[in-house]
Design a protein around this ligand. Sequence first.
Ligand SMILES: [Zn+2]
Length: 66
Amino acid sequence: MSQLSTHCIHCELQPAALPSSLCVRCKSFSGIRRLYLRRRGWTQRWETHLLKLTRRAQQQLPLFPH
Ligand SMILES: [Zn+2]
C-alpha cells in the first residue's frame, strides 16, 4: 500500500508531510499551520481566501502585510 505523493496544500511546491498536508517549510510557520486547521464554519468563501493566500505564497509575497 503506497501513499499517494501529494504536494503541500499551501505552497504546492514541496512534498506534503502527513498528516497535516503541509510541507515542512510551511508547517514551520504557525500562522500557515493555523490557516489549514479544519474547523467548523469552513466555507467556500474561506476556501477562496486560502486559495488567494496560496497564490501569494507562490509569488513569494508576504501573506500578512502590515
Ligand atoms: Zn508548503
